[in-house]
Design a protein around this ligand. Sequence first.
Ligand code: PLP
Length: 342
Amino acid sequence: MALLINAYSPAEICFGMNATSFIRLVSLGIGQMLGERDEIVITDMDHDANIATWLALAPAGAKFKWWRMRDDGNLHVDDLRPLISDRTRLVACTVTAHSIGSIVDVAAVADIAHAAGAEVFVDCVHYGPHGLIDVQAWDCDYLVCSGYKNFSPHMGFLWGRFETLKRLPTFREDFIPDEPPYKVEAGTFIYENVSGMDAAVRYLESIGRNFLAENNRSRRDNIVAGMNAIRDYELVLAREMLSVLKECGATIYGVADEARLNERVPTFCFNIGTLSPQMIVEAMAEMQIGIRDGHMYAPRLMKRLNLSMDSGAIRASLVHYNTIEEVRRFGEALRAIIAKLS
Ligand SMILES: Cc1ncc(COP(=O)(O)O)c(C=O)c1O
């Protein structure tokens, strides 16, 4: 995992149950160190796992600043700057919105936060399968991922800078070394899942080897080549999906401008007029197309988009093993269902 995300050292990787429990673990630690710096910046575009876990620090004295998504479907760093001051303890934001697919410029977030002495916690769960992760280039302080989105069994992992994790108060039994990763990994972890994660990283490397001329590259070189190839290919899928959805008359939430495709992954959130998302998803399932409906664990974003928590929206998620033909078949199926339900 250290190779996958370009950690400074493998000791910075901590394995555990899932992303949510890791975000809470870090928030509990930070809650004990607030002092004068008591402001936390959160966004209205994140999964609630990276919002509610920070809001839970209100009783510890934390104050919150909301970094809000613009109507163009993304967070803009220009809107972050005025929220940051010498009171800011942390900026918690996603790398990519799991609901609408928008990619945040996390390196710019880190620049702004660090200039004010604040730290950055990034939720990389949804970006994980779609592009190259590089904690050194992003210069963030904490990052969390979930195995099941990274083609592995479900187990989360937390990365933090070694010294940052060393300072973080955590629970550990007295006989456990007061050092990362041990001080973060409570109890015995699930070795078979770690083994599955290792296999997933090797799979991504194997993709990269197809794109490198020489065979004596490092494992990280293969990962870089593999993830960049995935990103390039997914942009082709995203372009096709955008055009299919527009032809179907969908209301697309998030980045819907072809010229800004580099700001998104091929995760599309949409509605078709006032048709029920649930009915569309069920009809698509009958045609062997697996998509989702609902609030996607993003209640604040649903509110922001004027969507009901009950019905929400439809989400179609593509990854590198999907094909253009599948996107076209998706379009044909959706058109047939719209004609039937309208
Ligand atoms: C962006 C994002 N963050 C956090 C989570 C929560 O992850 P976990 O189920 O590993 O706690 C998810 C789950 O889908 C997610 O998509």
